[in-house]
Design a protein around this ligand. Structure first.
Ligand code: GDP
Length: 301
């Protein structure tokens, strides 16, 4: 069994490669839930849905959000009748979200995800990191913003001064999944708002210490490949580089994969992590995703 810790963009790219290299039945994916909330009357768990769609080959992998070739009839109609949505939810995607909302009310989020994964023909196990809602605030020069207001309404433009999120309980099965895995892969996801929330769950860091853990850096040079990760790291006084990312995982990380462009940082990172692998980590096509996945799997002792 291999466990993957995931957000909603960088790691799903890697999952597209991983599912070509290992049997999906052997994958457990623990997914960030920090940004989950209700929008337009439905529960939106963007990272979980992205992972579901990725594993079901339905993902819109230009946006890493929603279903490919989706239509927006409901979204557009809502706008026409004076009820504009903050999030652009496609019609098929909305069906997933309506189903999840209903399943969740009846069975909780964990079971809802299990049922949806099964309906989508997904063999991997997909576990939301928590069934509780997190409270996340982005403290900016414009004041305290809700995560989606920062990301969508303000297009991640404000200066970020701090990122705060509440502590939540881990979903059942997370610690066992980590302990029973031959390896845990931390994908190249936003270290602050996708990975740290998973690491802050009770028992996770301790469980990772006893398991082989390999992580891929989402930072190349001094910037993130996409999204606001570098802004968040800067606000928390973390060096915006692969070195800074490694320092966040230093108590349990066995192997760190950095990009060829960061070869000059290898010696410094080696003081934090025993093994450093340098390769191409930009996953802009399936071959690159498969290559990176293979390197990771081959590293497992
Ligand atoms: P979010 O939930 O949409 O924020 O997505 P994630 O947290 O999963 O991923 C965001 C991170 O993925 C960003 O920090 C990016 O730098 C990183 N990322 C995206 N694409 C790539 C890629 O091809 N290679 C690497 N190394 N990192 C990537």
């Amino acid at each position: 069994m291999i466990t993957v810790l995931s957000g909603g963009t960088g790691t799903p790219k890697l999952l597209q490669g991983l599912k070509e290299v290992v049997d999906a039945k052997d994958l457990t994916i623990i997914v960030n839930t920090l940004e989950n909330d209700f929008f337009s009357g439905v529960y939106v768990s963007a990272d979980i849905d992205t992972v579901l769609y990725t594993m079901a080959d339905m993902i819109n992998d230009e946006l890493w959000y929603g279903v490919k070739d989706d239509t927006f009839i409901t979204h557009e109609r809502l706008e026409e009748i004076g009820c504009p949505e903050l999030l652009r939810i496609g019609d098929i995607d909305r069906a997933t979200k309506i189903q999840k909302t209903q399943l969740m009310e009846k069975h909780g989020l964990l079971k809802a995800c299990e049922i949806q994964a099964e309906k989508m023909g997904i063999d991997a196990k997909i576990i939301p990191m928590s069934e509780e809602n997190s409270d996340i605030k982005i403290i900016t020069d414009l004041g305290e913003l809700e995560f989606h207001d920062f990301l969508i309404k303000h297009q991640s433009q404000p200066e970020v001064l701090d990122v705060k999120f509440s502590k939540v309980k881990p979903s059942a099965g997370i610690i066992d999944a980590i302990k029973n895995s031959e390896a845990v892969i931390i994908g190249p996801s936003n270290p602050i708002t996708s990975i740290l929330p998973i690491l802050s769950l009770d028992g996770v860091r301790e469980a990772l210490k006893d398991t082989y853990v390999i992580a891929v850096s989402p930072i190349i040079g001094n910037d993130s490949v996409s999204g606001p990760a570098s802004k968040f790291m800067k606000a928390l006084d973390i060096d915006v580089s692969a070195v800074g990312v490694a320092s966040l995982y230093d108590d349990f990380l066995d192997t760190f994969v950095i990009d060829n462009k960061d070869n000059d940082k290898k010696v410094e990172i080696n003081q934090i992590v025993n093994k450093v692998i340098t390769t191409n980590t930009i996953m802009n096509n399936l071959d690159a995703k498969i290559n990176l996945a293979r390197i990771i799997i081959d590293s497992i002792p």
